[in-house]
Design a protein around this ligand. Structure first.
Ligand SMILES: [Zn+2]
Ligand SMILES: [Zn+2]
Length: 309
């Protein structure tokens, strides 16, 4: 098989689709042209079956591509493996649309790994929301676009204005990004250590933030500068801000039970990825006095039993 004539070096914190797009654009070709030439059936999501041929074509390590492309685990169709970790649900690691930070691409020239996470909504470096649509033509951002920074309409994606971001959100987003690009565990920064125990999966941390942040701002929280956002995309970031704010309040001893999405926490008691994740959810549920033995008795007892085995 022919190789691309210009071979690029992948970055450790670069996404698989972002690297392929960068390589194709540099060689003045497009993803769909490459897939047609290699007779790989075209799908909007990148699949593992296509990776051996693409690795040869772009002269990039196959394992590098595989570890950055989500795949269902053998244990369950609900669980996905990505970056050496397990995640629950297709939408967590394979968002239907891509998100990018145009300012990062302009500055560093490549697409970062963490943008592939469904919950990653803002760039802590540029303090702005990620972009999932072209501001000029309205098209969703796809990985098979002309170039990392160019939409199918041939216009360069425009930067978004800076937004207010709490120090905790910046900490969280920065820590997630460095954890994904590192093969070893990265220690939680102090402010996150005050709300999360060690060794939780990133999946469980996000589910906790979501359970705490999904409910709208209450009147007293409005006094603290928290706000709700109207659009779905910006709302994801607002959930992050509210969730971290309320977790901090819980750690400080406030009673925030009414602000929490109790059923999401109850679900994590049984469906958390690791025993540590489930134990953490059980701790939260009992600490806040959330009734959880009503709808799912047997399953919760199973999870509890596991704690003592
Ligand atoms: Zn950025
Ligand atoms: Zn466009």
């Amino acid at each position: 098989m022919q190789r691309l004539s210009i071979v690029l070096d992948p970055r450790n914190d670069e996404s698989a689709t972002g690297f392929l797009l960068r390589s194709f654009a540099r060689n003045r070709t497009r993803a769909m042209t490459v897939f047609n030439a290699l007779q790989i059936p075209w799908q909007p999501d990148l699949h593992h079956a296509a990776l051996p041929m693409l690795s040869e074509l772009a002269d990039v390590d196959l394992h590098w591509l595989q570890s950055r492309t989500p795949v269902q685990t053998v244990e369950s169709r609900q669980l996905w493996s990505w970056r050496g970790r397990v995640w629950r649900g297709h939408q967590t690691v394979r968002p239907t649309g891509m998100r990018i930070c145009p300012a990062c691409i302009h500055e560093f020239g490549y697409c970062r790994l963490e943008w592939d996470l469904g919950f990653y909504a803002a760039c802590p470096l540029h303090r702005s929301l990620l972009v999932n649509h072209c501001g000029a033509c309205g098209r969703a951002v796809r990985w098979h676009r002309p170039s990392t920074d160019v939409c199918a309409c041939k216009r360069v994606f425009s930067r978004t204005p800076a937004i207010d971001m709490s120090a905790m959100s910046i900490s969280w987003l920065t820590w997630v990004a460095s954890s994904l690009s590192s093969d070893a565990d990265v220690d939680l920064p102090t402010d996150l250590r005050s709300v999360f125990p060690p060794h939780l999966s990133i999946d469980a941390m996000w589910r906790t933030i979501h359970a705490f942040g999904a409910r709208p701002v209450t009147a007293s929280e409005g006094d603290c500068g928290l706000r709700d956002e109207s659009t779905e995309h910006a709302d994801l970031f607002s959930i992050t801000e509210r969730g971290l704010f309320r977790l901090r309040a819980l750690a400080d001893g406030d009673n925030i039970r009414d602000s929490v999405h109790a059923s999401a926490l109850r679900l994590m008691c049984t469906r958390g990825i690791s025993a540590m994740d489930r134990r953490w959810a059980l701790q939260l549920v009992s600490r806040m006095g959330i009734p959880y033995k009503t709808s799912n008795d047997t399953k919760v007892y199973d999870a509890q039993r596991e704690l003592f085995e």
